[in-house]
Design a protein around this ligand. Sequence first.
Ligand SMILES: Cc1cc2nc3c(=O)[nH]c(=O)nc-3n(C[C@H](O)[C@H](O)[C@H](O)COP(=O)(O)O)c2cc1C
Length: 195
Amino acid sequence: MKRKLNLDDYGIYEGISETVVTTNRGWTSNAAPMGIIRKKEKLFARLFKGSTTYDNVLSEKILVANTTWDPRIFVNSTFSDLDDDYFENITFNGRTFVTLKKAQCWVAFECTNNKLTSESLVTELVPIKARINRCSIRAPNRGLFGVIEACIHATRYQLTGEEKYLRLIKAYGDIVDKCGGELEKESMKLLYAYL
Ligand SMILES: Cc1cc2nc3c(=O)[nH]c(=O)nc-3n(C[C@H](O)[C@H](O)[C@H](O)COP(=O)(O)O)c2cc1C
């Protein structure tokens, strides 16, 4: 980007931002929750081997971090593929990438300085284009955060089959019941159905 992009304007602050990362290989689009790690002005993602996102980033060297507060998108993109109509193709400076139509905002990144280990790929992210679609002001809701935490424990449960993750999912499910709206409760049911 010509003008330096202020990451704060796009909701990406220091620490780890839980975004839904969209990638593509040819015309096939993919979405999955992924953390965007920010240390001062440097950005990274750590992508574990075995995911479609990992494969797509290695092949295309581009990813888009989408901000959404929709818990269904977190659950469905963790455990299955989103329908094609969730995605929008954008061409910029001769590069085509894919975003989530319903994202509040997105930032497309070039993936550089890729470091491969036996388990993961750590990639440094350089912004190339960003857009704010709509800005919703929303107070923190523990129900939404509960769904996100439960998704993380559910991926660990799927990997290891360890009982302790089921207990954690249940604990976050209780918070969703107490603090979430209908959307969060519906998303938690969706999550249980994937287990
Ligand atoms: C909130 C959240 C954050 C996640 N962050 C990461 C991450 O930073 N790196 C990673 O490799 N997987 C992460 N995951 C797990 C992936 O989303 C999960 O493995 C997913 O199934 C990968 O989908 P894909 O095969 O379509 O890429 C995260 C999951 C959740 C729910």
